[in-house]
Design a protein around this ligand. Structure first.
Ligand SMILES: *[C@@H]1O[C@H](CO)[C@@H](O)[C@H](O)[C@H]1NC(C)=O
Ligand SMILES: *[C@@H]1O[C@H](CO)[C@@H](O)[C@H](O)[C@H]1NC(C)=O
Ligand SMILES: *[C@@H]1O[C@H](CO)[C@@H](O)[C@H](O)[C@H]1NC(C)=O
Length: 421
């Protein structure tokens, strides 16, 4: 082949490579940036549905996921659901039945193979559903009608109305006529405040702290806070036993304050803690008794600094928005109780900073591994692998795809080059 033919061909393949790389990165950048609250805010007819997606924290879960379909119901349909006076937790289950973990645009809806299919919903994906409950039956009916029904409920009781918004293969919002009803989703659930705080902590390596809390006047405050969001920082058993002399030395009300100091009355995911440094109020904060501490990130480590000592997060016991428990390396010592005490005088440091560091390093090296080596993998936090982690995994997937694609394109261009020569 002539040399002159080479230049345009190489140029062409280079352009192809660049445009492909550009389009895939652009797609990766837009996906995952959807915000269901903002999408629905443009449609006032869905304001009630939108409101309850926020209240139940489902909006956060929807925003973290990709390839998702929301079966939205308008304000009139929502009020028929609210007439059932379900608890917020039960309502969350029912609404999560309206979030399909697959993408259905209006077009795909009418092109279902064999005219009927079962699709997994977020209710099914959370593991709250038994058997086939949590699957949604979508069926094409006569005259182009599309019917929906929860699989554990006989028959199709809701129908496709219109497409509200579609961001292809990322998120689709479709209006359906009636709320999907499912006996399983509507079964009364234990409200978050019935969460067995003490049981969970005991089983997951925070037995000593749980024992202190069990007999303390601080316990009701922890329980009452769960509904509105609660983050508990639970010192390890070694940390608590090293602290016992100091604890015994405190008056009863000081003991209560110390325990309350380990609770924060908002839900803080690990991702939030990692991205926000600053002062945090605790359950013990009241008037001039500040009882606060500072969250300070050191790379992947999250440090909690009081004016007296510094602890760091060494694991996650349970993460069930709005409730999360982290295991920390030391008992936090508030300035209000330990004025003048310096960390060096800390006679029995529970876990030397070195040990905690190496643990944290291990975590960094193997991000997919269970964050808390001490906790049994089949505990209630077997899924402690949080959605944030999953989101990160997704991103890695996209990056992997990009790299694979780049590799293929470079290979392809070399091939063309060789052919031309
Ligand atoms: C989504 O949009 C709402 C309303 O604009 C906003 O309050 C919320 O912070 C947004 N969420 C995210 C994750 O950006
Ligand atoms: C969906 O429900 C309809 C009506 O009850 C039923 O005929 C159909 O077989 C169901 N589809 C699947 C995939 O189970
Ligand atoms: C107990 O309290 C006394 C008086 O405040 C103090 O001198 C002593 O060091 C404390 N002991 C421990 C173990 O903290």
């Amino acid at each position: 082949m002539k040399k002159q033919q080479l230049a345009p061909l190489v140029l062409f393949s280079l352009t192809l490579i660049l445009s492909l790389i550009h389009s895939t990165t652009a797609a990766a950048a837009t996906s995952g940036n959807h915000n269901i609250t903002r999408i629905l805010a443009k449609h006032p007819g869905f304001s009630t549905f939108n409101h309850y997606l926020t209240i139940t924290h489902l909006a956060d879960e929807i925003n973290r996921r990709q390839t998702i379909t929301i079966l939205a119901i308008d304000n009139a349909a929502m009020s028929s659901l609210l007439d059932k006076h379900l608890s917020i937790t039960t309502l969350k289950n029912v609404l999560s039945l309206h979030v399909l973990v697959d993408y259905f645009g209006a077009k795909k809806l009418h092109q279902i193979t064999d005219g009927t299919t079962l699709v997994s919903s977020m209710f099914q994906a959370t593991g709250s559903a038994a058997g086939t409950a949590g699957y949604v039956n979508i069926t094409n009916l006569k005259g182009g009608k599309v019917g929906f029904g929860a699989e554990d409920n006989d028959g199709l009781h809701s129908y496709y109305v219109k497409s509200v918004e579609e961001l292809p293969y990322v998120i689709s919002v479709l209006q359906i006529s009636n709320p999907l009803s499912s006996a399983d989703a509507e079964a009364p659930t234990a409200a978050p405040s019935d969460i067995d705080l003490i049981g969970i902590m005991s089983k997951q390596g925070c037995q000593s702290f749980a024992d202190l809390l069990r007999v303390s006047k601080a316990l009701p405050t922890f329980k009452e806070s769960v509904d509105g969001g609660l983050t508990v920082f639970c010192p390890t058993d070694t940390a608590v036993s090293g602290f016992s002399a100091k604890y015994k030395n405190l008056t009863d009300s000081q003991k209560v304050s110390l325990l309350l100091y380990h609770g924060v009355p908002v839900y803080q995911s690990l991702q939030m803690l990692k991205s926000n440094n600053g002062v945090m109020n605790t359950l013990a904060t009241e008037g001039h008794n500040k009882y606060d501490f500072t969250v300070q990130n050191d790379g992947e480590d999250v440090n909690l600094e009081t004016k007296v000592n510094t602890a760091n997060i060494v694991g996650t016991l349970i993460d069930q928005d709005p409730f999360v428990v982290y295991k920390i390396s030391k008992v936090l010592m508030p300035r209000e109780l330990f004025k003048g005490v310096k960390e060096e005088k800390d006679l029995a440091p529970a876990e030397s900073p070195k040990a905690a560091k190496s643990k944290a390093k291990k975590k960094k090296a193997a991000p997919a591994a269970d964050e808390d080596a001490d906790s049994p993998a089949d505990g209630p936090d077997a899924d402690a692998d949080s959605d944030d982690q999953k989101a990160a995994d997704n991103e890695n997937g996209v990056n992997g795809l990009n790299q694979g694609l780049r590799f293929i394109m470079v290979f392809f261009s070399l091939f063309i080059g060789a052919l031309v020569l």
